[in-house]
Design a protein around this ligand. Structure first.
Ligand SMILES: Nc1ncnc2c1ncn2[C@@H]1O[C@H](COP(=O)(O)OP(=O)(O)O)[C@@H](O)[C@H]1O
Ligand SMILES: [Mg+2]
Length: 457
């Protein structure tokens, strides 16, 4: 196995010929070989091999070769020698998403992020975007979107890719039978795909239910709790969070409190206001929940309330954006601290929350211990990611963990997102972490496609 980069040129001949510059032939130990198997993605061709008097790493593909394995463009890319006279161009990396044409581009608000990922692979890989409709399984091809250096999109038909980064945006579409079948087809053709799909909160709790390592960082969580169970949890913990299992952005979340003398309270977002309502009895509280969500409470989760660190009486929690790197191990790529808006149940920016660095957030409570608390939280985040991965039947490469730190410095996980948003990286202090995050995605693609191992020796 050896890996190098080469400059691909297109030649006019229609025969199936691959020309390699002398240094490349030497480096790849192909001297004396008359033919070579050349691969791109899942496509392969056998072509005659000819040496070219030229210095540097150059590879010329006749149109016969280029058209049959569908090389999308000339220029620099990696070249992997698998031994056995086999060369592979690539990697060919597909980003799976959906088109929503807006002024921001064919992929709506995700266009900017997708362009970043593609540019990270510039001159090292063939990166493209595609949607479920762009795959032709019979021919084994994809009609992909490629990015010009100037920022415009163009389309090329390419073979099935070496690896798929799943960024399908819709929770509902992703659980449909056709999308599940599509993902299964990639697996059957041995094309790794990460991440598999969105998580539901209750799925993650169930996943970790038998994992003692993770369990000590999970608040007690009960899916579809009976009224009696809710009452029991309120007595045990004084306050609980009551949230929809497939919710996001804090929508539909209640913070329920029981005060022995003053009664029951519900804090939640009504319209665009944060309200706190008092109830004389537990029954009255339950009647309100029923009335607001008739029939849909069965998909709610009740969770032990955690007393988070605060600044000015506003709770703070943390988003740990986790990636698998080029060595297939988990790293916290970026950490954002989020302070809740006044009176808000959650820390989301759309309900008045604000973003800060973890150092800012923790030094307020822990002073000189802040750095140690943060380091501990990072190692918990890695352990939790490993635990989720270990108990999950599909491949994961990226996770957004919503973690809380209580006043004693204990770390708690509220939810894990398999398609995490990127809003923390908008903070000026987290911009370089944002770039690092994108690099990890690319490096993990290299790992999964086996385009690794440094340069040839
Ligand atoms: N059990 C809990 N104890 C304390 N705070 C919580 C709890 N559950 C949720 N929160 C707060 O609410 C926020 C949103 O909850 P989360 O489970 O992440 O739901 P969503 O999917 O809407 O983001 C958390 O980031 C945290 O600030
Ligand atoms: Mg959340």
């Amino acid at each position: 196995m050896s890996l190098t980069t080469c400059n691909v040129h297109f030649a006019q001949q229609s025969d199936k010929i691959v020309y390699l510059s002398r240094p490349l032939i030497k480096q790849l130990k192909l001297s004396g070989n008359k033919s070579v198997h050349l691969k791109l993605g899942k496509e392969m061709i056998t072509a005659s091999l000819k040496a070219l008097k030229r210095s540097g790493n150059h590879l010329y593909l006749s149109s016969g070769v280029r058209n049959s394995i569908r090389v999308p463009k000339s220029g620099n890319v990696m070249l992997l020698s698998n031994g056995d006279n086999e060369l592979q161009l690539g990697p060919l990396v597909g980003i799976l998403t959906d088109t929503i044409h807006t002024s921001e581009g064919p992929f709506g608000s995700r266009s900017g992020f997708i362009k970043q990922v593609i540019r990270t692979g510039d001159r090292r890989a063939y990166m493209f975007v595609f949607t479920p409709r762009d795959i032709n399984w019979q021919q084994g091809t994809v009609y992909g979107y490629f990015l010009h250096a100037g920022g415009n999109w163009y389309r090329r038909i390419v073979p099935l890719p070496d690896v798929v980064y799943n960024r399908l945006p819709s929770r509902r579409a992703e659980t449909s039978a056709s999308i599940s079948a599509l993902k299964d087809r990639f697996i059957k053709r041995q094309i790794p795909i990460f991440n598999w799909s969105f998580f539901n909160k209750s799925d993650v709790y169930k996943l970790l239910d038998n994992d003692p390592e993770a369990l000590k960082h999970l608040p007690e969580s009960v899916s579809n709790p009976s009224a009696a169970k809710i009452k029991e949890m309120l007595e045990k913990y004084q306050f609980i969070y009551y949230k929809p299992t497939s919710g996001s952005l804090g929508i539909g979340i209640y913070r329920l409190t029981h005060h022995p003398r003053r009664g029951y309270f519900a804090r939640y977002r009504r319209g665009n206001r944060n309200v706190l309502v008092r109830y004389n009895s537990f029954q009255a509280l339950m009647r309100m929940l029923q009335a607001r969500h008739a029939g849909r409470l069965s998909s709610y989760v009740a969770q032990q309330g955690i007393r988070l660190v605060e600044i000015d009486k506003c709770p703070i929690d943390f988003r740990f954006h986790m990636h698998k790197n080029g060595n297939n191990t988990w790293v916290p790529a970026g950490i954002g601290a989020k302070k809740a808006g006044r009176g808000s149940v959650t820390t989301h920016v759309n309900s008045g929350g604000s973003l800060m660095t973890p150092q800012q957030a923790l030094s307020h409570t822990f002073g000189s211990e802040a750095e140690a608390v943060l380091e501990r939280a990072k190692s918990v985040a890695i352990k939790l990611s490993e635990a989720i991965e270990r108990n999950y039947p599909h491949r994961l490469g990226e996770l957004g963990l919503d973690l809380g730190i209580d006043k004693d410095g204990n770390v708690w996980m509220f939810e894990a997102n398999a398609k995490p948003g990127r809003s923390i990286f908008k903070h000026p202090a987290l911009r370089s972490e944002g770039h690092a995050s994108v690099s990890y995605i690319f490096e993990h693609c290299l790992y999964l496609s086996r385009f690794q191992g440094g340069t040839a020796t």
